[in-house]
Design a protein around this ligand. Sequence first.
Ligand SMILES: Cc1cc2nc3c(=O)[nH]c(=O)nc-3n(C[C@H](O)[C@H](O)[C@H](O)COP(=O)(O)O)c2cc1C
Length: 248
Amino acid sequence: MTDPVVMGDREAIAARISRRSYLPVPLDSDQIASIEVLVAEANSAGGLALALVADRPDLFGGFRKTYGLLTGVRNFLVLAGPEDDPDAAEKCGYYGERIVLELTKRGLGTCWVGGSFDRGSIGALVSPGNRLFGVIALGPVEDRLTPRERLVRFSTHLVKSTAGRFHETDGSEPDWFFEAIARVALAPSAMNRRPVCFKVERGAIGCALRIHDATAGIDLGIAKYHFSTAFPDGVWQWGERGVFLVRA
Ligand SMILES: Cc1cc2nc3c(=O)[nH]c(=O)nc-3n(C[C@H](O)[C@H](O)[C@H](O)COP(=O)(O)O)c2cc1C
């Protein structure tokens, strides 16, 4: 089990990988309470409607709905946000990944899931006025990947070689920029497409999406969160045209 005390953001980013086989062990009450705190912080900061569902293996949908990629899921976060917020998907990505890295520090496995779950039963948990963007499976896992997890990881990572560049710069980047890009390179993304490119022009840091579809907004928020861990004194504006504001 990873030591939860010494792991910072950088270590958690390096240690995190998607886990798809969960142990038949429930979360204990302390774990549930501490995850609820993280969820409440995310909802308050992002105006979101994230929710923890604990010990409900029936709701995730089993083998049929998850196409056999995830097994044993009994806990997950429902990712939902206001229908009238154009940045809600991105905020789910940003604050969801903040929770993912905290859970990694605590030795729990996680996996973002964009589509392959039971939308009917999980959608019913979302309160009116909010939209369901996906879920994050979470829970205790083996220390090492199971052979089945290795196989799925191998196949999803085949596309990495075709992924585009993570950055473009005219040379005016701050000295921590490449550390931030190294953290972005380790971020999860739907089908491992890694669609976000960070750009520096005359000292201003922005970003652009190569793909525009249902999960690209989540990928954008996740990538922005990984980026921001390298420079906590900065803050991202939301949206594809948002820039990274560095506090003086
Ligand atoms: C928005 C989003 C949706 C995803 N959906 C799925 C999914 O439906 N099934 C799955 O097995 N993995 C899913 N993943 C996990 C990605 O496949 C994984 O992040 C990517 O292959 C990189 O691998 P890593 O997370 O181990 O670094 C998703 C990831 C993201 C960010």
